[in-house]
Design a protein around this ligand. Structure first.
Ligand code: ADP
Ligand code: MG
Length: 684
């Protein structure tokens, strides 16, 4: 018998060419893809709830006799049908309806409905319930919980349910090949596990399933995580197989560069520089992630690598997530490299027209050796002469695909990825399995940890006084206005209002404003005035979050810090404490503060260790948010959840290694099963 699981979905009833196409778009081509299209959650339609026992907010099945069905003319015309059972009455409300539908709801007929109970104008109501008319003999209720599938354009829940249950029926009695090593899953056969999750029995432990801890889920989650891990490893091997240029000849120049710096590298920086040096000499593309807390000095480490690569005649591209940061890198690199006759070229969104064409030409001809840019570097018309190294700063702002799209352009350049958001080990193992990891776990000498205080916004006047006193002593300060309901426009308005307020209340102190809506040149001018010390107080939105380096600034006020994630707060706070001066950060929270908010801000007060804070953030918020939304493409699992299944990850690493070493033939089928045709990584 041929492999049923690999049959095309077109063998199912109801799947013609159009449906096939829609399914393919959702990554579903074979029967097994349907089996692994797992429900997000379940509805309980296995029992009928008496109307008298209904509670607003629950999804339930009710049955009753139609009393009336009438059109109501309120703010919106609607069809309202009242049904009754022996315990009470309930209104069903339809805003979209046909005359036939109204006529069908004849008084006296019996209905079964499923929907969400809400509190409405006439007591409890259901809006647009699913319903069916019941015949003489009562139709039976569902025997299993009803799955709710991840949707996709043009495929209804009903279609998913029918298709998945057909696929399951066809699979019943046969089995899917077991791709994990033998002893892993005693007791639970793969098809049984899938069957269970597509159609759990009415007495299924729903709580356990919601927490993703049911044995059937654990069994599948383990396999899925192994598949992801293997796919990233495969990506890594593919890149490595291509080989790259050895940069050995640049060693002398790199060591000279270090000797000429105005400071000595810290021990941690030295270690990482040596790791990078070794990578660059191997003739294989470097794939390295450097994690280092804010202020640990990652930029100069990248500069050492850049020096070595440029000495060998290759170009270096440095990617920054914001214009401000690109500009700052330009300054640092110019200070280091202009004495050597190398001027960095900036390519960002603001470089337009003729200037842009000139820049593109210099990049293509190789006249530009060192290119610093923002997202603009990803554009298709940017062609390098000979790209030898890509440095991606603040990786969490870029997706994996963007990182890979740059390497597409070059001749397999070396990749150095830098992040100040310490990624908990559990996450990096899955999200960055294709990268080697270095850690800068030491700050330059003389830094003092930032003292953090939680203060309620009722004490705002006292805080403004404190800012005045600090500025009068020659210190500089940031006043940060945080995101308002995700709206940049509102955030900027709030920052302007705060700037006005502080300017009025602090005569004699120079207050400036920087936010995302300023033109890049304006932003830069303000930052320059702050850097030079002319501006004493900088009111800013979170645009200053990443990378900004003004060592004399030693006080930061963050308004409404409860709106931000811990990683982001940690980044912000990292803007102070960069000099030898003792620094302070005030988290000016809005009262009342919920328990979660309190727990998060307390973590900030207790620690300045980015790794500790990242672990707490993960605990309190979950991985999607920790890695940033741009990363979610990578983190989309069918069933696994890195946070809920963190305890599986050691096992995952072990198994992936064992399969790669001893069962290499299983690798591709595993990746195919779980990543399906959506295996985007391996195509780069
Ligand atoms: P981050 O790791 O947050 O990107 P930066 O690279 O911006 O940190 O470095 C922060 C500051 O520390 C910069 O002003 C940089 O010049 C300085 N710095 C880096 N390394 C050292 C060192 N070994 N000794 C003294 N200062 C250093
Ligand atoms: Mg930096």
């Amino acid at each position: 018998m041929t492999d049923i699981a690999a049959r095309p979905v077109s063998c199912l009833r109801g799947v013609g060419p159009r449906m096939s196409e829609k399914l393919a778009e959702a990554g579903v081509e074979q029967l097994q893809d349907l089996l692994f299209h797992l429900p997000l959650r379940y509805q309980d339609r296995t029992r009928v709830t008496p109307i008298g026992a209904l509670q607003a907010g629950s999804d339930v099945v009710v049955e009753g006799e139609v009393r009336v069905a009438d059109i109501a003319f309120g703010r919106r015309r609607s069809l309202v049908c009242r049904i009754q059972d022996s315990t009470g009455t309930l209104s069903l409300r339809f805003f979209h309806f046909s005359a036939a539908q109204k006529n069908n709801l004849e008084p006296g007929s019996r209905l079964r409905c499923y929907g969400e109970v809400r509190r409405g104008a006439s007591g409890l109501e259901m809006y647009h319930p699913e319903y069916q008319l019941l015949g003489e003999d009562e139709a039976v209720v569902d025997e299993s919980l009803t799955p709710v599938y991840p949707t996709s354009a043009g495929i209804t829940q009903n279609s998913w349910r029918k298709l998945c249950s057909q696929a399951l029926d066809m699979m019943a009695g046969s089995s899917l090949p077991e791709l994990l090593p033998g002893t892993v899953n005693p007791g639970m056969n793969l098809v049984e596990a899938l069957q269970y999750l597509h159609a759990p029995p009415p007495d299924a432990p729903q709580e356990l399933i919601r927490e993703c801890r049911h044995p059937a889920q654990l069994r599948l989650a383990l396999e899925e995580l192994v598949a992801h891990n293997l796919s990233l490893e495969k990506l890594r091997r593919q890149q490595q197989a291509l080989g790259s240029n050895s940069m050995t000849a640049g060693e002398g120049a790199m060591r000279e560069f270090i000797a000429g710096l105005p400071f000595a590298l810290t021990g941690a920086q030295q270690t990482v520089v040596e790791e990078i040096f070794t990578d660059l000499c191997r003739g294989l593309p470097m794939l390295r992630l450097v994690q280092g807390d804010v202020g640990s000095g990652k930029t100069v480490v990248a500069a050492c690598a850049a020096r070595q690569v440029m000495e060998c005649g290759f170009q270096v591209a440095i990617m920054a997530p914001t214009e401000i940061l690109a500009e700052q890198h330009r300054e640092s690199f110019a200070a280091w490299f202009e004495p050597l006759g190398i001027s960095p070229l900036v390519l960002s969104g603001r470089v337009k027209g003729k200037a842009r064409l000139q820049a593109l030409e210099d990049i293509a001809s190789g006249a530009a050796q060192l290119i610093i840019g923002t997202h603009a570097l990803f554009q298709a018309d940017v062609a390098f002469q000979q790209l030898g190294l890509v440095v991606v700063d603040e990786q969490h702002r870029f997706g994996v695909h963007q990182r890979l799209s740059l390497t597409d352009k070059g001749l397999r350049p070396h990749q150095l990825v830098m992040t100040a958001t310490p990624i908990p080990r559990t996450l990096s193992m899955v999200a960055y399995a294709d990268l080697d990891c270095s850690v800068i776990d030491e700050l330059p000498p003389g830094r003092q940890p930032v003292q953090t205080a939680l203060i309620s916004d009722q004490k705002r006047p006292q805080i403004i006084e404190r800012v005045r006193a600090a500025c009068e002593q020659g210190r500089q300060a940031y006043w940060v206005c945080t995101l308002i309901e995700e709206s940049e426009a509102l955030e900027c308005q709030a920052a302007e209002a705060t700037w006005q307020e502080l300017s009025d209340q602090l005569p004699g102190i120079t207050v400036a404003l920087v936010h995302g809506r300023l033109k890049p040149a304006e932003k830069e001018a303000v930052m320059q005035r702050f850097k030079s010390g002319e501006v004493q107080l900088l009111v800013a939105t979170t645009v200053i979050e990443v990378g900004v380096d003004v060592p004399n600034a030693s006080l930061m006020i963050i308004e409404n810090p409860e709106r931000l994630g811990l990683a982001q707060l940690h980044q912000l706070r990292g803007r102070v404490g960069r000099g030898t001066e003792a620094s302070h950060c005030v988290l000016l929270f809005k009262t009342p503060l919920g328990n979660q908010g309190k727990a998060r801000l307390t973590a900030m007060r207790e620690s300045t260790d980015g790794f500790y804070i990242a672990e707490r953030d993960l605990e309190l918020r979950g991985p999607g948010e920790v890695l940033g939304t741009r990363q979610t493409g990578l983190m989309e699992f069918r069933i696994a959840d890195i946070q809920l299944h963190g305890d599986l990850l050691d096992r995952v690493k072990e198994l992936a290694g064992e399969i790669a070493d001893h069962h290499p033939a299983q690798v591709d089928p595993l990746i195919r099963r779980w990543l399906g045709s959506a295996e985007r990584f391996a195509t780069v």
